[in-house]
Design a protein around this ligand. Structure first.
Ligand SMILES: Cc1ncc(COP(=O)(O)O)c(C=O)c1O
Length: 498
């Protein structure tokens, strides 16, 4: 937890406001020059969208006094340093293309092309793009599958040890923790193990920006020795604008900050959106503010209360630790994430009903359950509305009205027949697969045995169901049912471009 202050500094935001206060006639980009210039019906639409002069004035790019994202030595450098201090890390880099670009840059920095990296099956598709860009070779392994909940769980040391035994030349590990549904691996133990094996560790903490900043969440992976980079989507949980994110180099990271900056400079726009950057400055200060802390404490009280009430309902069950498959301890849960299932209704059905009938929109749903996120923007009234929606649905859907009800509330989950992904047989690295000659085939039996030329993702949670370079098996076909055709690699190809 950072040293809390009444009014934490916001150097970047202040610089933006100062520039605007100069009221200069602008002869630079962006072209709207800080005015809502649209007229007529389009002007009304722009206004309805909130594109007012007030907002547009601050939509600047690299002008005098607001620093340069690629070579920061002014207010961006100052703001990043403050964030690093508040998050207790050696260095924080601001990202304007989400956690995605942070993952790409971290892979480019941590590894050389063709190096082998241990890769759990449940990485986000952004990591696939990182593999194409960096040229690393994934050694895939399977994390725990939480079959009662239909979601990926934690990665254990044992799984890593097995993967390393099969791939002793591996140079590192990439992990997603927390998972979309909030399951947090034992990063401390994993980091120590990685250090003992000389493996670099990159943690995709896209959903964990509040870790370490609220009593309801586990510590951030950035606090453990042996972790080399941690990437957080501030926009997902810390309240900044969409696409804003932060890459942290923890104390003791083996990655060189200059090299990482160079990688980011290859990947990020030279016209960063300063509203996005200033929103990071603001969110970082909010994390360090007394008012922000009070708000997070209030959020935690609301979360505790709603979790308790859901536990008291017979119709719904909430994801908690220990998980069914948990053996070793050290796995924890981000309790701000409410992943719950109904006793006998498909998650997609009841979550849609909550959306349609109660105006409650959710983050994700599947045949098992649905995910609702407790966020720092929420008010107590939001949680009351969510609770009312759940209670009303439960009351309106008594067991005896359910078409499949035969007296046993567990029957639905025992009968769920969601397809299980086959074991990965990856014969080409994502980079090779991307550059190899390919053809499109209609989805069907003819795909079996061919190598996929594309990554197919179920979104959310953005986890690939078929990897580029993976051998297509019969078990993949149910996951491709929504597709007409698929890109596959041609079998006889003349050249591989590396
Ligand atoms: C686990 C995980 N990693 C990375 C990302 C990419 O983050 P962003 O959308 O901020 O680029 C996501 C997005 O949903 C994610 O769920």
């Amino acid at each position: 937890m950072p040293q809390l202050e009444q009014n934490p500094a916001t150097p970047l935001l202040d610089a933006l406001l100062n520039y605007t206060a100069l009221k200069r006639k602008r002869f630079h980009v962006p072209a709207h020059v800080g005015t809502a210039f649209w007229t007529g019906e389009l002007g009304e639409k722009a206004h309805a969208l909130g594109l007012h002069t007030q907002l547009l004035q601050h939509d600047l790019s690299e002008v005098e006094g607001v620093d340069v994202l690629s070579t920061p030595d002014g207010v961006i450098a100052e703001s990043q340093a403050l964030t690093a201090l508040r998050c207790n890390v050696a260095h924080s880099f601001y990202l304007i293309n989400g956690a995605s670009v942070g993952l790409h840059a971290a892979l480019m920095t941590a590894f050389q092309p063709n190096e082998v990296v241990l890769m759990p099956r449940n990485v986000h598709r952004a990591v696939m793009a990182g593999m194409v860009i960096s040229g690393i070779r994934p050694a895939w392994f399977t994390p725990t599958w939480e079959s009662d909940w239909g979601i990926w769980g934690a990665v254990s040391i044992e799984q890593l040890q097995d993967a390393f035994e099969e791939n002793p030349s591996a140079k590192g590990v990439v992990l997603t923790s927390p998972t979309y549904e909030g399951i947090v691996s034992d990063i401390n133990a994993i980091a120590q193990w990685c250090q003992s094996k000389g493996l670099r560790l990159i943690v995709d903490e896209a959903h964990g920006s509040l870790f370490g900043h609220t009593p309801s969440t586990p510590p951030s992976a950035s606090q453990f020795r042996g972790v080399d980079a941690v990437i957080q989507s501030f926009h997902k949980t810390a309240g900044s604008l969409t696409q804003s994110a932060v890459l942290h180099l923890p104390h003791g990271s083996s990655l060189a900050s200059k090299r990482l900056q160079e990688a980011l400079n290859h990947l990020q726009s030279t016209s960063p959106n300063y509203l996005v950057l200033a929103s990071l400055d603001l969110s970082s200060a909010w994390l360090a503010s007394l008012a922000g802390q009070a708000q997070r404490q209030s959020l935690w009280r609301n979360i505790k209360a709603i979790r308790k009430r859901i536990h008291g309902m017979s119709a719904f069950k909430l994801l908690e630790t220990p998980l069914g498959s948990e053996e070793a301890n050290g796995i924890s849960l981000d309790k701000l994430r409410l992943y719950l299932r109904h006793a006998y209704f498909d998650g997609q059905v009841w979550a849609d009903a909550l959306e349609q009938d109660h105006g409650l929109s959710y983050e994700l749903s599947n045949p098992y359950g649905a995910l609702f996120l407790g966020q720092i923007g929420h008010t107590p009234a939001d949680f009351v509305a969510l609770m009312q929606g759940l209670e009303t649905f439960a009351k309106a859907h008594p067991k005896h009205l359910h078409p499949q009800y035969n007296g046993d509330a567990t029957l639905y989950f025992e009968r769920i027949e969601t397809p299980i992904l086959p074991e990965i047989e990856a014969l080409s690295s994502p980079r090779e697969a991307f550059f190899r000659a390919s053809e499109r085939l209609k989805v069907g039996e003819c795909l079996i045995g061919r190598l996929s030329g594309e990554t197919v993702v179920s979104c959310p949670p953005g986890i690939p169901v078929l990897l580029s370079g993976e051998r297509i098996q019969t078990g993949h076909l149910p996951f491709l049912a929504h597709r007409e055709d698929l890109c596959v690699l041609v079998e006889k190809h003349d050249k591989i471009i590396l």
